[in-house]
Write a protein that binds this ligand. Structure first.
Ligand SMILES: Cc1cc2nc3c(=O)[nH]c(=O)nc-3n(C[C@H](O)[C@H](O)[C@H](O)COP(=O)(O)OP(=O)(O)OC[C@H]3O[C@@H](n4cnc5c(N)ncnc54)[C@H](O)[C@@H]3O)c2cc1C
Length: 385
């Protein structure tokens, strides 16, 4: 099947699946801060969460472009791909750097839905965006690593079987460059919890199942190490472009949802004997937000195409994330404004999506960090931190 036709069919199929999970489904979960188990199961059963797993391991072997279409359509339907998107972008680390044994042991089970790899542990409370300074350590003791430290904002840890964990295996004082000495462990959460790992949920402004992790001498086998010891930072960077592109697609999905809702309401709502959308003061902000979402989408498509051809796409992936996050946030604000008081009513879902899309200004990377990357690596300006 030609690529365009495949992508068109994929988009329609995901849209169909999402129809079974209407606004009320997401609204009720939001109120209860519940995990969308039924939705994640349906997505897994349909094979969508295995989109990036090669066919030899039971996945569909699709590209980041197709994966991004899946996530975009979830958000465009009014849902929230944040419940499961990490399985898409953590996969690359295992695929590119995992051993054959690890891939054979985990990928077919993940593809079949028997195992979930939904959690990714990088951020720490005291070091934040300064990843190379992270303090969680893994010390080799015989055929085990002993993990000590703390992570924060680790999402979906309570709903995942596996966690990709970034730790320091060589103290920062003993490495030449601060990017050295970090490693990635694939931790089995099912055996870790209660044996050195404690998970504490954090209640946030939106429904995101995020948590704090406390490692108190957790012992894990050395074969949980992904790739070579000390090379973890390089592996982390390798996965970031895919993550940026996938998040950009979610923001495009959010943006299109906000524009769709704002347009519908502006056509229907009559005040002063005319639809509010007849007023340019209402119409133009919606039109401008639409222009910005569509422009961001072009950058997302360009980044995804480069990625899937195996070409360098650091600049495009970062630009796509920044433009799409800004465009979805602009569209969110416009949708609230267009709905007037009803923009604040839970039953209209605007306020829920508004809270959800705000996250992408900060996570998985904040806008300032993208601008720092563009300034330093693309424009050759002095390093600012
Ligand atoms: C709901 C949620 C889910 C998350 N899920 C995960 C997850 O699953 N796994 C995970 O590892 N992490 C996760 N994160 C963490 C997220 O990636 C971080 O919050 C983000 O990277 C920013 O780190 P920080 O919060 O420590 O902010 P800080 O690093 O403390 O930064 C605070 C602010 O200062 C700005 N800033 C800092 N330094 C500079 C500088 N030098 N120049 C300019 N501006 C600067 C930042 O841009 C930011 O706006 C999640 C966060 C949230 C809120």
């Amino acid at each position: 099947m030609a690529t365009a036709e495949l992508q068109h069919d994929l988009r329609n199929a995901v849209r169909d699946l999402c129809r079974a999970f209407p606004d009320s489904y997401w609204r009720e979960l939001d109120a209860a801060r519940g995990y969308p188990d039924a939705f994640v199961k349906a997505l897994t059963d349909a094979g969508y969460l295995a989109a990036l797993i090669p066919e030899e391991y039971g996945g569909s072997g699709l590209g980041v472009m197709e994966a991004s279409i899946i996530l975009e359509e979830i958000n465009r339907s009014g849902g929230n791909a944040g419940a499961c998107h990490a399985q898409m972008y953590t996969m690359g680390t295992l695929l590119r750097h995992g051993s054959d044994e690890q891939k054979r042991a985990f990928l077919p089970k993940i593809a079949a839905g028997a195992l979930r790899l939904q959690a990714f542990g990088v951020t720490e409370p005291t070091t934040g965006s300064d990843t190379t300074q992270l303090k969680t350590t893994a010390t080799r003791k015989g055929d085990q690593y002993i993990v000590r430290g703390q992570k924060v904002w680790i999402s979906r840890a309570e709903h995942s079987d596996l966690l990709l964990l970034v730790v320091r295996t060589t103290p920062v004082e003993q490495v030449k460059k601060r990017t050295e000495g970090l490693s990635i462990l694939l931790v089995d959460l099912r055996t870790a919890v209660g044996h050195g790992l404690t998970i504490r949920p954090i209640r946030t402004m939106m429904n995101h199942a995020t948590t704090e992790l406390f490692f108190d001498d957790l012992a894990v086998p050395v074969d949980t190490l992904v790739g070579a010891e000390g090379e973890g930072f390089r592996y982390l960077l390798d996965g970031l472009n895919a993550e940026r592109i996938l998040i950009a697609a979610e923001c495009v999905g959010d943006g299109r949802w906000f524009i769709g809702r704002a347009t519908r309401y502006a056509n229907e709502r009559v005040v002063f004997n005319r639809p509010i959308g007849q007023n340019q003061g209402v119409q133009f902000p919606i039109a401008r937000a639409h222009v910005n979402v569509e422009a961001a989408d072009l950058m997302r498509v360009r980044a995804a195409e480069l990625f899937d051809r195996g070409e360098a796409c650091g600049a495009e992936a970062n630009m796509a994330k920044l433009l799409a996050a800004d465009a979805s946030w602009e569209a969110a604000n416009v949708a609230v404004q267009t709905h007037g008081g009803f923009g604040f009513a839970e039953d209209y879902d605007i306020e829920r999506k508004f809270r959800e899309t705000k996250l992408y200004q900060v996570a998985p990377i904040s806008t300032n960090m993208i601008l720092a990357y563009m300034g330093e690596h693309v424009l050759g300006l002095p390093r600012s931190y």
